[in-house]
Ligand binder design. Structure first.
Ligand code: HMN
Length: 294
C-alpha cells in the first residue's frame, strides 16, 4: 500500500497543434512530473478529458505514459467509460501496459440503480488481476457512494481504495471507518486537500496538482510532519490560485495549460466543448503564474 501514498496529479490530455493526442508531449509531460518527485499519476480521468476522447485515444495516452515513466512511479488508470464493454477493454489494456491499479467513476449519463453500479464496477474489476479504486464524484455523476454499496464492494478483496471528490470531508472519514481503516483514501477536492488529509486521507489525486505540484508536495510533507499551520498557509495560497484559474473565460484546464506553456511545458490546449483561453485571459495568465511561483 505504501506505493499508493502521496501526491498523484491527475494527468492532462496532451494534444498536438491539430488537437490530436501527441506522443512527444505526453511523454515529456509525464517525465516532467516525475522529475518533481510525485508518488504517481492518475491517467485518463476527468482532468485527462476522457469524456471527450474515443477509446483509441485513451489507449494512446495510457501507453505513452507507461512507456515514458515505466515503473519509476505508481500508475493508476481511470477506465470509466459509457459502456462496461469499453471499460473492460481499457482495463485489460492498462493491465498489459503494467499499470498498478484501475479506477472508475459509476456509469455515465443515466444515474443507474445502485445494483447496476455494483455490477459495472464488479465487471471491471473481475476482468483483470489489478487492484481497484472506486471513484466517487457525485457533482459530475449524480451518484454519491453509500456505505452500503461500499461494503458490498469491499467483499471483493481487490478494492483497495476510494478517490473521494465529494465535498464533505467527513465522507473521507466515514469511508475509511467503514473499511476498518483498511482502505486507502484519496482526497479529491484540491481546495480541501489539507482538510481531507486531516480527516484520514492518505493521499490526494487532483486536477490542479500538475500546474503547482511543489505546493501540494510541500503541504503533504507539512501534514506528515505535523506542521499544520504551514500546511494551512499553503492551502490558502492554493485556493487563491484555483479561484484565479477558474475566473477566466476559458475552461480551468485551458488556463492551466497556458501556465504550463509559460513554464516551457507545451501540452497544447483543450478539446471542445471545453473553451480555450481568450486574449483577455492571456493577460491574466502571467499574474496567475506569478502567484504560483511565489
Ligand atoms: C480527475 O481527473 O478525475 C480529477 O482529479 C478530478 C478532481 O477530483 C477534480 N474535481 C472535479 O473536477 C470536480 C478536482 O481536482 C478539481 O479539479 C479541483 O478541486 C479544482 O476545483
Amino acid at each position: 500500500v505504501e506505493k499508493f501514498k502521496g501526491i498523484f496529479p491527475a494527468f492532462y490530455a496532451c494534444y498536438d497543434e491539430e488537437g490530436n493526442i501527441s506522443e512527444s508531449r505526453t511523454k515529456q509531460f509525464a517525465n516532467y512530473l516525475v522529475s518533481k518527485g510525485i508518488q504517481g499519476l492518475y491517467v485518463g480521468g476527468s482532468s485527462g478529458e476522457c469524456i471527450y476522447q474515443n477509446l483509441e485515444e485513451r489507449k494512446l495516452t495510457l501507453r505513452y505514459v507507461a512507456e515514458a515513466v515505466g515503473h519509476q512511479i505508481t500508475l493508476i488508470a481511470h477506465v470509466g467509460a459509457p459502456s462496461t464493454r469499453d471499460s473492460i477493454e481499457l482495463a485489460k489494456y492498462a493491465e498489459q501496459l503494467g499499470y498498478d491499479a484501475l479506477s472508475a467513476i459509476p456509469p455515465i449519463y443515466f444515474v443507474l440503480p445502485e445494483d447496476s453500479i455494483y455490477h459495472y464496477w464488479t465487471d471491471i474489476l473481475e476482468s483483470t488481476n489489478l487492484p481497484f479504486i472506486i471513484y466517487n464524484i457525485p457533482q459530475t455523476t449524480g451518484y454519491n457512494l453509500s456505505i452500503q454499496l461500499l461494503n458490498r464492494m469491499l467483499q471483493h478483496g481487490k478494492v483497495i481504495g476510494v478517490k473521494n471528490s465529494s465535498m464533505p470531508v467527513m465522507d473521507i472519514e466515514r469511508f475509511k471507518t467503514a473499511s476498518s481503516n483498511n482502505l486507502i483514501l484519496f482526497n479529491g477536492p484540491d481546495e480541501q486537500f489539507v482538510a481531507g488529509r486531516l480527516m484520514g486521507a492518505d493521499s490526494g489525486i487532483g486536477g490542479t496538482y500538475a500546474v503547482m505540484v511543489e505546493l501540494f508536495l510541500k503541504a503533504n510533507e507539512f501534514i506528515s510532519s505535523g506542521d499544520i499551520a504551514r500546511a494551512q498557509q499553503i492551502q490558502s495560497d492554493i485556493n487563491s490560485i484555483i479561484i484565479a484559474l477558474c475566473s477566466l473565460n476559458g475552461s480551468m484546464y485551458s488556463a492551466i495549460k497556458e501556465v504550463l506553456k509559460k513554464n516551457n511545458m507545451d501540452i497544447g490546449s483543450v478539446r471542445k466543448p471545453l473553451q480555450p483561453v481568450t486574449g483577455e485571459d492571456l493577460q491574466k495568465i502571467d499574474e496567475i503564474k506569478a502567484m504560483i511561483d511565489q
